[in-house]
Write a protein that binds this ligand. Structure first.
Ligand code: NAD
Length: 495
């Protein structure tokens, strides 16, 4: 008998008003049913927002250092349950335990960072133009924040949004991706156990087109933070623009690792293996393109193919697994379509290119790590996000061409350059059109205390992580105190 999970709305765990549930299954083993989760409706979102509005009235009056204390306890509780959470996260979305442990650790780091921010949240004190007048800025919470998250970082991404939102004094409604509802449930359990007043947090499970959309459409939700595909982000952005909502978008990527002739090739090889096939290529920062300078191209492709074919596919909860399954059948079918597209556009299949089968692999959504060479700039393999274990190799003649190919896509999340030339390294940081550039390191990975996000169609100018995200979740307010005892007129020509 599988367990049935509920929403957290109005300060309690409640069944959805629809009475409907969906199955959450292990992508490495279809027959492993994790549980049944609410397929909520618009009425559930409405109740959640009403409750969150009450939660906001309470929480915004709680001093920021006290809000930070709750988040510190959240970090402690997550650390105590780290292994258990990593295990259940691997079970519901497939990436190996080493990666899900990292995902939980990112949440812990984000909690501790948020806790200390409760004692900062600085405003400025600024000299006034006028005598005997005080001028300063302060930070105010905004209201109910709607948080819509993807499947690939089931703990890290909700915490990137939720902890700064809460620290700033907002209440939140979380709509997690339908593939990872269990991790989100545990996160909410931890927030409650840490002492967060119940109505400050709401969790509404269900599908994006219903629950996510209802949250975006709701007039009493002034802040939306969305991470997911560029296509969905565009829909969200259109509504938020029309309704004048504050919106943070983190969307797709088409990240490239550049390897120049002067690079440390062993290092570059380890980097691309991890960048392309870690998380089965399902990271927003995944290395989807490998730009190889002509002098090292042929030998590097051969070595890379040899190493790729040695990667061990399997259940991420089994020791020794390098690459887990894709998250669901639709993701696997999308990868298959791109194999056909690559072939049709004349790229050379170096290795992989098919479902991985045999033994236990037959039970899950496995796909062979795949490399195409001979990919041309401008082709669909060069341009489009695949979000799976497919790497496209493009040959370039020099640094200028490598940078142009890197920049010649509509996305701009991360990039990487392997070189021993310090001048090229600094040029890369300056000239590559991405939110993040790594030198002699793969395209993937983020640190909780640094801003994270992308340019062009990857983002809309906001950042998660670090100090910048606290500006997104708070309004700047200016306070003036005139202690002159006379009418002093600003914005009049006093000079
Ligand atoms: P997705 O766009 O399919 O779904 C993301 C979330 O949006 C889910 O919770 C989904 O239910 C919801 N949603 C779907 N339709 C909606 C609608 N009409 N209105 C409101 N919400 C809706 O993305 P995914 O498949 O879960 O994640 C993969 C994508 O996320 C990739 O494109 C990847 O690059 C991107 N991503 C980006 C970052 C980043 O920081 N830039 C990080 C992780 C993932």
């Amino acid at each position: 008998m599988s367990k049935t999970f509920e929403n957290f709305v109005g300060g309690q765990w409640v069944a959805p008003t629809t009475g409907e549930y969906f199955d959450n299954r292990n992508p490495a083993n279809h027959s492993d049913l994790i549980g049944r989760f609410p397929s909520s409706g618009i009425a559930d979102v409405q109740r959640a927002v009403e409750s969150a509005r009450r939660g906001f009235e309470l929480w915004k009056r709680t001093p920021a250092p006290a809000r930070g204390d709750v988040l510190r306890r959240v970090g402690d509780l997550m650390a105590a349950r780290k292994e258990e959470i990593a295990d259940l996260m691997t079970r519901e979305m497939g990436k190996p335990l080493a990666e899900t442990r990292g995902d939980v650790q990112e949440g812990i780091d984000t909690a501790y960072y948020a806790a200390t921010e409760g004692r900062r949240l600085f405003g400025h004190t600024v000299p006034s133009e006028l005598a005997n007048k005080w001028a300063m800025t302060m930070r105010r919470p905004i209201g109910v924040c709607g948080l819509i998250t993807p499947f690939n970082f089931p703990m890290a991404i909700p915490t990137w949004k939720m902890f700064p939102a809460l620290l700033c004094g907002n209440s939140v409604v979380l709509k997690p991706a339908e593939d990872v509802p269990h991790t989100a449930t545990v996160l909410v359990e931890i927030l409650l156990a840490a002492g967060l007043p119940p109505e400050v947090i709401q969790l509404v499970h269900g599908f994006g087109e219903v629950v996510g959309k209802a949250l975006v459409d709701h007039p009493q939700v002034p802040v939306i933070s969305f991470t997911g595909s560029t296509e969905t982000g565009r829909l969200v952005g259109e509504t938020c623009g029309r309704m004048h909502k504050r919106l943070s978008l983190e969307m797709g990527g088409k990240n490239a690792q550049i390897v120049l002739d002067d690079a440390d090739l062993d290092l570059a090889l380890d980097g691309v293996l991890w960048g392309a096939f870690g998380t089965t290529g399902q990271r927003c920062t995944a290395t989807s393109r490998l730009l190889l300078q002509s002098g090292i191209h042929d030998a590097f492709v051969q070595r890379l193919a040899d190493r790729t074919m040695q990667l061990r596919l399997g259940d991420g909860r089994v020791a020794g697994t390098d690459v887990g399954p894709l998250v669901n059948e639709a993701a696997r079918e999308k990868v298959e379509r791109y194999i056909e597209i690559g072939r049709a556009q004349g790229a050379t299949l170096v290795c992989g290119g098919a479902r991985a089968t045999g033994g236990a692999l037959n039970n899950g959504f496995f796909f062979q790590p795949t490399i195409f060479s001979g990919v041309t700039a401008g082709s669909r393999l060069d341009q489009e996000e695949i979000f799976g274990p497919v790497l496209s190799v493009i040959k370039v003649e020099n640094v200028d061409e490598a940078f142009a190919v890197n920049n010649g896509v509509r996305y701009g999340l991360s990039s990487s350059v392997y070189t021993s030339n310090v001048n090229v390294a600094f040029r890369a940081m300056q000239d590559l059109d991405n939110g993040i550039t790594y030198v002699n390191a793969p395209t993937i990975g983020a640190e909780a205390h640094l801003p994270f996000g992308g340019v062009k169609e990857t983002g809309n100018g906001h950042r998660e992580g670090g100090w910048e995200v606290y500006e997104f979740y708070s309004e700047t307010k200016v306070g003036y105190v005139d202690y002159s005892g006379a009418l002093q007129r600003a914005q009049i020509d006093n000079y």
